[in-house]
Design a protein around this ligand. Structure first.
Ligand code: SF4
Ligand code: FES
Length: 230
């Protein structure tokens, strides 16, 4: 950050902003964490998870799609936002089927670490246990819809990076699900390749390349070194 860079205030810290920045992208570049699930700097924003909600001059906004404004006061770490984030995470856990100890993504999963960071120790809501058949039809990529949080990262990666549009979101309410563009609706009949970015961008264990699970030993996974205990 140079002395002339415009800044905004995030929880009392000055954050330099560049043209085109959102609140979240500027904070991420500065090494400041705003909790998020559906954001990646690789694709456009979708504001689908709302975990990144902050107060910009007291107004709740999704930090991943809200332009950063010089001089603005942004609050991320307030007690009410912390409670709101915890409830959002609990809702995501009860509306799917998440069994972290047996999941290949454990230790590398953004949902798991956000729940740990939020201090989640129970589910708070009734568990829904939806029936969602696993799609193992693709030779190289597994689709495990029980873990899908509908973040749309694979949708945007397939469209914006791979140029294929293999995925879309369809349905309403609890029946909302990830759709696959193929004659059978199954991944094996789609144009997805394991080399596509969409096959690797999933923040949870819903889309996983096959035959590489548990390759990284416990202790060396992405979030293993993070102490999330409050
Ligand atoms: S499969 Fe993964 S990347 Fe795609 S919408 Fe579901 S959680 Fe997001
Ligand atoms: S990260 Fe902003 S809404 Fe999901």
């Amino acid at each position: 950050m140079s002395a002339v860079d415009p800044t905004f205030d995030l929880d009392g810290q000055p954050v330099a902003l560049q043209p085109g920045d959102t609140i979240l992208s500027a904070a991420a570049r500065a090494g400041l964490d705003i909790p998020h699930l559906c954001w990646s700097e690789e694709v456009s924003g979708s504001a689908s998870c709302r975990l990144c909600t902050v107060l910009a001059e007291g107004r709740p906004v999704a930090a991943c799609v809200t332009p950063a404004v010089a001089g603005q006061k942004v609050e991320c770490r307030t007690p009410s936002l912390a409670t709101q984030r915890l409830r959002l995470l609990q809702m995501l856990f009860v509306e799917g089927n998440h069994f972290c100890p047996g999941c290949e993504k454990s230790g590398n999963c953004l949902l798991q670490v956000q729940a740990e960071r939020a201090g989640m120790t129970d589910l708070n809501f009734e568990v829904l246990n939806p029936e969602r058949p696993v799609d193992a039809s693709h030779p190289d990529v597994l689709f495990e819809p029980n873990r899908c949080i509908l973040c749309q990262l694979c949708v945007r990666a397939s469209d914006e990076i791979d140029g294929k549009r293999v995925f879309a979101i369809g349905g309403h309410g609890i029946a909302t699900r990830l759709l696959i563009d193929s004659p059978s609706g199954r991944l094996g009949d789609s144009a997805l390749s394991v080399d596509d970015r969409a096959a690797h961008i999933c923040p949870v264990g819903a889309l996983l390349p096959k035959r590489v699970g548990f390759a990284v030993p416990i202790g060396q996974r992405r979030f293993d070194t993070e102490d999330t205990r409050g």
